[in-house]
Design a protein around this ligand. Sequence first.
Ligand code: AOS
Ligand code: ZN
Ligand code: ZN
Length: 386
Amino acid sequence: MTEAVRAALRVQRVELPSWAFGNSGTRFKVFAQRGVPRTPFEKVQDAAQVHRYTGVAPTVALHIPWDRVDDYTHLAGFAKEHGVGLGTINANVFQDDDYMLGSVTNPDPAVRRKAIDHLLECVDIAAQVGVRDVKLWFSDGTNYPGQDSIRVRQDRLAQALRETYARLNPDQRLLLEYKLFEPAFYTTDVPDWGTAYAHCLRLGEKAQVVIDTGHHAPGTNIEFIVAFLLREQKLGAFDFNSRFYADDDLMVGSADPFQLFRIMHEIVSADALKSGAGIAFMLDQCHNIEPKIPAQIRSVMNVQEATAKALLVDHDALAEAQRAGDVLGANAVFMDAYNTDVRPLLADVRREMGLDPDPVAAYQRSGYGDKIVAERVGGQQAGWGA
Ligand code: AOS
Ligand code: ZN
Ligand code: ZN
């Protein structure tokens, strides 16, 4: 059993967001940190540090236009030289003035055209560098009852998704992310998993739902959504982060590690951890007051800890207790795994992988943090408090 757990932990992969390395904040204040990346190349360099010390974060998701470069093949080559690769391409149809009333659901056809063209560009960039996934999140919605037709906006959304889907090559996927609210407050055009699922179902099997853990109403049972979408083969990816109130984008596993364990238990019990299962485990976080590279390392470790605990669930004993209707017994099996201290196990796995058992300490000792402060002046803002 332990060797199987170790093997699963060695091959688990977590994707890092380029925007986690830039300055970010709230609408009240962005606290600029020294040494943050000035270019997409420097973001890739920082992401490579996270992989270097964790061994399980070999790809970095890009955000267009925040990470726009002239030559994406060059950026991909640069990433490779640094031991990582480019990951999911994230579209951005929320920052231009044109998008005040929406992007793909905007009442103005010219704005819709502009937004769809950007989505197509993202598909093309992904194809150019051999990336499988293009992730779409829309800030579209309305603030006031009567402002626009809810139904017609769904039609416009469906049309945009159809056109984008048609552009995918056979190896690509369209990942559709939902979000309960914000920045629109009355209606959001993709507010929940059901809406995302219905659109993806119509599009076809290359369209999959993204669960951002911070995008639900308080008290939502996220592991139920995970279980349901896995069963329907419509779960494509996670945007992992933690929340106390809304879309806080704090470090995954920091606010509610038990919830992360419950999510990973659904993944493990559906045998969906292995890369062949096609679930992308991504972080979608911003580090507003904490140092960014160690925060990403810590986040990856938090995912690993929840995964290790989920892998330790005694599935035979659990199934037996469930069959017997042994409510307390089943819960005890579940909690035994959650209450196990998996840190020594993960330290061992890291040693087996030729890594330092304590990635944060190893990074701190490396001097990289001081080096970038000395070398980089005038770091970039992530673009927006994602
Ligand atoms: C927005 O709230 C969503 O979480 C997006 O996934 C993401 O943060 C944004 O697209 C940044 O790329
Ligand atoms: Zn997200
Ligand atoms: Zn979000």
